[in-house]
Design a binder for this molecule. Sequence first.
Ligand SMILES: *Cc1c(COP(=O)(O)O)cnc(C)c1O
Length: 457
Amino acid sequence: MSNKPLLPTTEALRALDQAHHLHPFTDVGAYQKSGGRIVTRGEHIYFYDSEGSKVLDGMSGLWCCNLGYSQPKIVEAIHEQLQVLPFYNNFFQCSNDMAVKMAEAMAQVTPEHLNHVFFTNSGSEANDTNIKIVHRYYQILGKPEKKHFIARNNAYHGSTVAASSLSGMTFMHDQYTGIDYVHHIQQPYYFGEGGDLTPEEFGLQAARELEKKIEELGEDKVAAFIAEPIQGAGGVIIPPDTYWPEIQRICNEHDILLISDEVICGFGRTGSWFGCQTYGFKPDLMTFAKAVTNGFQALGGVMISDKIAEVLAQGKGDFAHGMTYSGHPVACAAGLATLDILRSQHTIENMAKEIGPYFEQRWKSLEDHPIVGEARAKNMVAALELVKHKGSKERLAPNAAASIVCRDQAIKEGLLVRAVGEAMVCAPPIVCSKQDIDTIIERMFRALDYTAKQYLR
Ligand SMILES: *Cc1c(COP(=O)(O)O)cnc(C)c1O
């Protein structure tokens, strides 16, 4: 007999899960009735569930396991660090060597003018940190009334109180009172909101919504604009090429700080190290999390420009902010190992030459399917829009029901993708091979066929 403990059965696990575990972004009552899939193992780009199904993970965990699930160097780094220094904080004139090394490494891999980092445990906390840094910055400059933030409809910046205020998802705002110095403008969602404009015209128009909002609130009151280079959780909204240069111009001319939330776009997803490099803009602050440790440890943070750091250094007294685990040595060890792999193997540069363009091209071929109104992709992040008839934007079913059918069928075909409204989104590990990409496309196509049969009889 083996001395391994017997694993609980799926039914037993599911019952315990339903009895004791409240899940993020999940309907509490419905889940207590239905339960969910219980994932028990990950290997390369696949995960396995408690029933033995093997699924190609087209979402890289939750946009975080960019290098897949098998990365022994990261695991070893975590293991080693736990034996040497499992914890030490960074408060009160202290530091730990792993946080120092990780701070240096982040300064090296991010754009040249970003050389300072504040560590958090998550993207949400990092965006809260952004607000506190920006408010402190303007207080020190003697402009405390410059405190308003502008974000975008359908943005996702996390789920703490401040981060969900920055987020532009109305269903989140319906459940609590957001903070009152955050305002939202139009998103650059061409398929959904572009009307009769060309993508170029629409990109400029959507960007100029920022200028209008600044003029409405008053330049002396607006502190910063925050946005994801490509909106991820909102449905992979890829902006027209005219969008970001116009945003940069507006921020410069009106003296507004620009914050790039790179929690999804960072670490290769869009073909450069960071999304701001793909789109050629220069943020004052940059949020990171998720793929920084390949999802293996909880780590996030804010990269801070030299210009802002210089002002912060002039403030009198403590910057009153920090988490017990800010710069946790084990999380930083995982981050260092992740950056080391990306740098020494040139993972991002290689992917941007070959696999990224291949995925883009194969994903865009899904537009040939009769129920796909648009298939869009930027390197290793993609979405498609389900419609009833090609050329029209009429949807297959009310309340985005078709995308749920399509997602569930894709999982049955062995591919995890997500349904966001009427769109299907996909962000596979950047270590996929061409053959893996072909598998993704074949499975997606079969799920689309199945969905079409359900609605077009
Ligand atoms: C996931 C996400 C966040 C929040 O990060 P958490 O680690 O879940 O708090 C913030 N911004 C973006 C763009 C994200 O995708």
